[in-house]
Design a protein around this ligand. Structure first.
Ligand code: MN
Length: 237
């Protein structure tokens, strides 16, 4: 049996033969990580909130990808000067996608912005600029395929079982993070400055959400295990 894994696209304007045009894109690392774990990667375009049911009918699991900052209005906050330009269409689509996936008990792996979308979609809030709160810079774009900081994982968490460890080195390409966790989610991993690096459902639902980018660390076994766990969870259904 094949496991079809939807990958949420990043909409971006690209140069096409007809000129500048919107394109629904997925970085190759997500595609290759899903394929490497035995799944069939399917890139899901950014449609409207009313389209998420049809899209999720077509997949067995979901990867929520990284990207820009959510609009703070999605979690009832005023915009800080450090917050990037919003993409309201992507926000609305992905928030609806998360709510429908959770309602269906669909296996989900949420990465970076994906974790933040999950938290907001389920009622949580975000820190809009981590250095302003903890004094630590979590944005190390030039070292994207390296461990740049340690993460401590709750030994009692499902995540610790998936990773088969309670501490690991991760990359860090974010400047926002979880502030108040959504009801129904709990933090299960932290950086040394207290920044939340992973969330999971308190009810044991099939959702893994990490603040780092495991798709860029596929040369390390523990990060491959996240994609493997997603595919195996879908296979077990
Ligand atoms: Mn980090």
């Amino acid at each position: 049996m094949s496991v079809r894994v939807g990958i949420s696209a990043r909409p971006r304007t690209v140069d096409a033969v007809i000129g500048r045009t919107l394109s629904h894109t997925a970085d190759r690392h997500y595609v290759e990580s899903v394929r490497g774990a035995g799944g069939v990667p399917l890139v899901l375009p950014v449609l409207g909130p009313g389209d998420v049911a049809d899209l999720l009918d077509a997949v067995d699991a979901l990867v929520l990808t990284g990207g820009g900052d959510l609009c703070p209005s999605t979690y009832g906050a005023d915009r800080w000067p450090e917050t990037g330009d919003p993409d309201p269409a992507r926000d609305a689509f992905e928030i609806a996608l998360v709510r429908e996936a959770v309602a269906r008990d669909l296996p989900v792996l949420a990465i970076c912005r994906g974790l933040q979308v999950v938290n907001v979609a389920l009622g949580g809030t975000l820190v809009q600029h981590v250095p302003a709160v903890t004094g630590e810079d979590h944005r190390h774009d030039d070292r994207w395929d390296e461990g740049v900081h340690a993460v401590r994982v709750d030994p009692a968490s499902h995540l610790a079982g998936v990773l088969d460890c309670t501490g690991l080195e991760v990359n860090s390409l974010h400047h926002q993070a979880v502030d108040r966790p959504a009801p129904g989610l709990r933090p299960v991993a932290w950086a040394h400055d207290g920044t939340v690096e992973a969330l999971e459902p308190v009810d044991g639902g099939p959702l893994l959400a990490v603040q780092w980018h495991p798709e860029l660390l596929q040369h390390r076994l523990e990060h491959r295990r996240l994609f493997r766990a997603l595919v195996e969870e879908a296979l077990s259904r």
